[in-house]
Design a protein around this ligand. Structure first.
Ligand code: AMP
Length: 562
């Protein structure tokens, strides 16, 4: 397929808001191409499949270098055009349309050529690789028509801004090749690769049914729903399997004979940062080939879990990794097994659990355990485990249905979580950001602030954007339009007049916001039209809640989750 056909389809999609129409156009695109895997990834703004460790390794700065080289514009000019157009893609298109040099080679670019060029950029490593990377990209821009340049630039930043998400592509694959959307979804959850799913779907439903899991390719993680109450959760399951909900980070472990790969909750490959966990798995897990699911925990000197940021520090560490292993030692609690030579995901949890218990060598170290689990229908026993988990500084409990299969990527009723409710915060809205794609005319997220009582200043503490429906977004956009002070690109500066009530999972220390704190998973509960900004919660209160949360579990009584 010619790349211009892809670019023109993207342009068409940019102007469309109807989901149905989008699905139709993407479906047509998939039918028209022979490079099905590449096009499927490209249309979602990805270059490589989500499970792959391959990445382009180019940020805006190298992208600007490449545009400069290809168009002759200097970096200052490029930044100015980006600011004016509010988007790198449009800026790149404009600059390419004014370039005087002739394209490097005359033929038309194909999707395959663009992908191969990206692949070479990703593979460039070692000394001088940055230069080679932007030169290769400059060559690509040199051969691209202005409209193609718009989407090449956006692909480099992996943000196409056309509003096509996974859901649209799933439905488009189903429509293009006349297979059920459920089968497509199942294939995606198992392989984490919609490109592969599209190529398989083209061959018919049978192939899709045979897609399975294998070590080396991460699988979407099964997720938990909030339980209405402990009582309700246990009643619904007859007997429930209860485990601590550890305060750590999710880890999917793939063992392939002598090799181990580790994936975070977002399925990022974090193997290189965690050599201690790799060694534990090599030493203590008996299975030759396996996929295991669990939680890594960093235990502090007081025996309680350390803050989540400490875990993230280890995940992100690329240098002096051994030093970090000593500074922040990890423990691993395993709670599931998905593969032991064959796929186990359709086995009931109780069976998987028996297999898991056999997975560790008898004399294993205390740094790796199978998470203790009690199967009960007795509420007092369950409450006892909940109290125990909180006293140990963990988050609460997980209540699992022993009869349930492992459903990748699903947040269903078979895994329920119970944890104490956090008090909400009332925060001033001081800024915002325009949305993307079909939400481009709506404000998509809001910058929140607490008050410094001493100075009266409003100090940033985080952004909220998720959990707001399109309808609410439209209402809020109307409300805030009158308060816009200035705009740079997508960023909006707002006159602080409105207070949001915000729920969150945790308050964290953070250098990213002026308050020194950030909120984990903030959710909009309500617009506090009864409150003025002067009554927004103070930084002092945020600090109090942060301190209280550190000592969590020592005094708290069992409360029902919302
Ligand atoms: P949440 O992130 O609040 O949706 O809760 C689900 C997360 O709890 C999982 O992704 C795991 O990281 C974590 N977790 C801690 N302990 C367990 C456990 N015993 N079983 C399953 N998930 C657990």
């Amino acid at each position: 397929m010619k790349f211009i056909e892809f670019a023109e389809t993207c342009e068409k999609l940019e102007g469309i808001t109807s989901n149905l129409e989008m699905t139709r156009i993407v479906s047509q695109l998939l039918q028209d191409t022979d490079e099905l895997e590449i096009v499927t990834h490209f249309i979602m703004g990805r270059i490589f499949p989500a499970w792959s460790a391959e990445e382009l390794g180019m940020g805006p700065s190298l992208l600007y270098d490449a545009i400069a080289m290809a168009t002759g514009a200097d970096k200052g000019r490029i930044k100015e055009v980006v600011r004016q157009r509010g988007d790198v893609g449009l800026a790149c298109e404009e600059l390419c349309s004014r370039r005087v040099q002739r394209p490097l080679f005359s033929g038309e670019l194909t999707v395959e050529q663009v992908y191969r060029n990206f692949e070479s950029i990703a593979q460039a490593g070692g000394k001088g690789s940055q230069k080679r990377k932007f030169r290769m990209l400059a060559d690509l821009f040199g051969s691209a028509k202005p409209k193609e340049a718009r989407y090449i630039a956006r692909l480099v930043l992996e943000e196409l801004r056309i509003g096509v998400g996974e859901g649209t592509v799933r439905d488009a694959i189903a429509r293009a090749f006349d297979v059920s959307a459920d089968l497509v979804e199942r294939g995606y959850m198992l392989t984490n690769d919609l490109g592969l799913v599209a190529a398989t779907a083209k061959e018919g439903a049978e192939g899709l049914e045979q897609l399975g899991i294998e070590p080396g390719k991460p699988i979407k993680m099964m997720l938990a729903q909030v339980a209405e109450s402990m009582e309700g959760a246990i009643e619904e399951m007859e007997k429930a399997a209860i485990e601590w909900k550890y305060d750590g980070a999710r880890m999917q472990i793939h063992k392939m004979d002598g090799e181990v790969q580790l994936y975070s909750r977002k399925l990022e490959n974090v193997t290189k940062s965690l050599p201690d966990i790799v060694n534990l798995i090599k030493k203590d897990v008996t299975f030759k080939r396996a996929i295991l699911d669990g939680e890594v925990i960093a235990i502090g000197e007081d025996g309680k879990p350390r803050p989540f940021q400490d875990i993230l520090r280890r995940f992100r560490r690329k240098y002096d990794v051994e030093q970090m292993v000593k500074e922040i030692p990890f423990h691993l609690s395993l709670f599931d097994v998905l593969y032991d030579g064959q796929s186990l995901i359709d086995f009931p949890l109780s069976e998987r659990r028996k297999i898991l218990e056999k997975s560790l060598r008898a004399k294993h170290s205390s740094k790796i355990i199978v998470a203790p689990q009690i199967v009960t229908s007795d509420l007092t026993v369950a409450d006892g485990i909940y109290q125990e988990a909180l006293s140990a500084g963990h988050e609460g409990v997980m209540i699992k249905n022993p009869k349930s299969a492992y459903t990748p990527g699903k947040r269903g009723k078979n895994w329920l979580k119970i944890k104490p409710v956090m008090e909400t915060l009332d925060l001033a809205v001081i800024g915002a950001e325009w949305g993307e794609g079909r939400r481009a005319n709506l404000i998509g997220s809001y910058l929140l602030a607490c008050r410094d009582v001493a100075t009266g200043e409003l100090l940033g503490i985080g952004r909220v954007g998720t959990g707001i429906t399109d309808e609410q977004l439209a209402e809020l956009t109307e409300l805030f339009k009158a308060l816009i002070v200035s705009e740079i690109g997508k960023e909006i500066d707002l006159k602080p007049e409105i207070v949001f009530e915000i729920a969150y999972e945790e308050i964290q220390k953070s250098p990213n916001y002026e308050s020194g704190f950030a909120l984990r998973f903030p959710r909009l509960i309500s617009v506090r039209s009864d409150k003025s900004v002067g009554e927004a919660d103070s930084m002092q209160r945020v600090r109090e809640l942060y301190e209280k949360q550190k000592g969590r579990g020592t005094t708290r009584e069992v409360r029902e989750a919302p």
